[in-house]
Design a protein. Structure first.
Length: 87
């Protein structure tokens, strides 16, 4: 069984994407109608990458596919939060 096919992970991901409609990294609105592989489709991103000892059931954040792929397996400290608008 793959790590994203576990029932608990799927429930956590569905709840996360229901409750959060903006990307954690770039603050872009996540359109629920966009599907993978659209760069702005909604994905669940692990704050601590699984390869670095994070848990599949650990802290997840909503992100767009583009930010999730660009972030790759960087630490949250290495990845500055970008905002879509200038303050």
């Amino acid at each position: 069984m793959g790590r994203t096919s576990h029932r608990k992970y799927r429930r956590m991901r569905a709840k996360l994407l229901r409750e959060h409609d903006h990307c954690h990294w770039c603050n872009r609105w996540l359109d629920p109608d966009l599907k993978h592989p659209h760069p702005f489709s909604a994905t669940a991103d692990h704050l601590v990458p699984i390869q670095d000892g994070g848990s599949n059931f650990g802290t997840l954040v909503a992100s767009c596919l583009r930010c999730n792929v660009q972030r790759n397996k960087k630490d949250p400290i290495e990845q500055p939060v970008r905002h879509a608008r200038e303050w």
